[in-house]
Design a protein around this ligand. Sequence first.
Ligand code: M6R
Length: 616
Amino acid sequence: MCGIVGYVGPNDTVDVLINGLRRLEYRGYDSAGIAVVDEAGDLTVRKRSGKLARLEELLSESPVGEGHTGIGHTRWATHGGPTDANAHPHLGDNGKLALIHNGIVENFAELRAELEAAGVTLESETDTEVVAGILGREFARLGDLEAAFRAVVPRLHGTFTLLATHRDEPGKIVAARHHSPLVVGLGDGENFLGSDVAAFVSFTRRAVAVNEDNIAIITPDGVRVTDFAGAPVEYREFEVEWDAEAADKGGWSSFMAKEINEQPEAVANTVRGRIEGDHVVIPELEALGDDVLRGIDRIIIIACGTASYAGQVGAYAIEQWARIPVEVQLSHEFRYRDPVLSDRTMVISVSQSGETMDTLMAVKYAIERGVKTVSVCNTQSATIPRESDAAVYTHAGPEVAVASTKAFIAQITALYLIGLHLGRVRETLAPEDSAAAVAQFETLPEKVREAVETHDQIAQLAHWMADTRSVLFLGRHVGYPIALEGALKLKEIAYIHAEGFAAGELKHGPIALIDHGQPVFVLVPSPRTAPLMHSKIVSNIQEIRARGARVIAVVEKGDTSVLPYADDVIRLPLADALFEPLLQVVPLQWFALELSTAKGLDVDQPRNLAKSVTVE
Ligand code: M6R
C-alpha cells in the first residue's frame, strides 16, 4: 500500500522519481505526487488524483524546475478519498517541508486537534498532513530535520514509513520506519530511498534494508542510519538479485500476461539448488537443526488471499510426506483466536511481498510465544523473512501485477520442497516417494509451459463468455484451493461474482445455485493417480449437468470420461495428483485475464486494490 521513492543526486530528479513511481505504482494508484527542491532553493509540489499518467500530464503542463533532491508517492487511500487535496506530498512549516507516508497514524485526530488549536489550517483529510504539520513545527523549533524526526516519531501510534525533505536542507532526505517497509539504494554520488527495491533498481542494485524503528538520512555522498533516539546503527548492504528488465513489461500486453508466461521459470528457479540426488535439501531449513525439525508436532501455515490458497495446497503435501498435522489460518484471524501454541509448533508464513501487515503481525505474535517461524517469501530482505527463524525464498522474480500468478505457483513449489525436506529428516518419507516427487519436479517446468499454452483455447472461451455474470469453480482435495484461487482471480480482476467450492460440499447447499447455463469450472483429478476422487468428481459433473450447468472440465490429457457431460474440455499434461494444482491453476489465470480484457478493464491495476497490503 502506497509506494514511496526518494532521490538525492546529480541527475534529473523528476525523471528518477517518475521512473521509481512507475515501478511502484502496483502498490497503490489512487493518486501520485512529487516534491522537488530546485536549484533556486524552492520546494515545488505537483500532485494529482488518479494514476501516475495523470501526474505526468500535470508535469508536462506545469513543469518543475531542475532539482537534485526529491520525494515521490503513489497512494492507496486510507484517510480521505482519492482527491487532489489528499494526494501526497503534504506540506509543513509554511510550505517549506514536504512529507510522504505509507501506513496509518492512528492517533492523528489528537495530533490534528493540537495543530488546529495552534492555528494551523489543514487542507486535506489525511493523517499524513497532520504529521507534516507537527514535523514542520518541530523543524521550526529545532532548525534540523533529523532532530525534528527524533522529536516526532515517538509521538506517532500506528504504522509508518515517512520521508521528508526541507527547503532549508537541500540535498538531504530523512526517513523513518515503524511497521512499514523502507529500503535504501546506494549509488555513486547519489542515493535513493524506496518502499521496495523496485523504486531504484533502474539505477542501482546495491541496497540496504532499514530495520524497524530506525531513521535513515541520505545525502548524495552518504547514508546514515540511527535508531529513534539518534544512536548510530550499522547496516548491511545486499545485492538485488534481479535487474530492471525483469520488472519491465517487455512486449507483453500486461504484467499479468508476462508473469503467467514466466511460471515455468518460477518453478525451476525455486527448485534449483534444493535437490541432491533423489532428495530435497533446503539449506535454510538445515540451519534450524534436524533435532528442531524432528521435534515439531504441528504446523500452522499463515497467509492471506492467494498465498493462503498456496498454503492450503501445501498443507496436503506436507501432511502426506512429513506426517505432521498442518492447518492453514488466515493471518488476520490467527492472533485473535488465542491459538494453542507450544515450542513444538512451527509457523510457516507465506507471503509474496513479505510485507503484508496481517501476516507480519501474526509472525510477530508467534515469535513472542516462542514458536519457530519459517517464511516462504518472494521478496529479498523483506520484513517477514528477516523477522523469521528461517527464510525459504521463492525465486519467481518480481511480481508486478496485483493479481498473483507466478508467486502462487512458486509458493506451492516451496511448500512442497519443505514437505519433502521435513519428510526426509523425520524419516516419514519412503525413498521411492522422495525419488518420485523429485522426478515430478524435474519435468514440472515443461508441463507448466504446456499449461501456459492453453491460452488460445481459453481466450476463445472467455470471448464466448464475455457477458457472464457468475462463475463457479469445483475441486476436491488439492483441487479445492485451486477452485478458490480461480474464483478469487475472477473477482479480483474481472469484477465477476465467482465462488469456489469443495465438490463434495455441493449437495450440502451450493447446488441450489445451479441453473440453466450457469458456468462451472470443474478441476478433475487424474484417473490414473487419484481414481477414487476422479470417479466422485465425474459424478458431481453429472449432477450439475443434469441441472443445466455449463461444464468446463479441466482434465489430464487422455481422460475421456467427462466428454459426454462437459461443454468444454481443457486438457493438461499428465502429472501425479499432488502436482496437478500447479498445472490446473494456469488456465484459470488466463480465463480471469481474458475476461478482464474483454470487459476493457485494467488487468494489472484492478479497482480498490493494491499489491502489497501493508495496513491491517
Ligand atoms: O504479498 P502477499 O503474498 O502476502 O499478499 C497476500 C495477498 O494480499 C495476495 O495474495 C492477494 O490475495 C493477491 N492480490 C491475489 O491475487
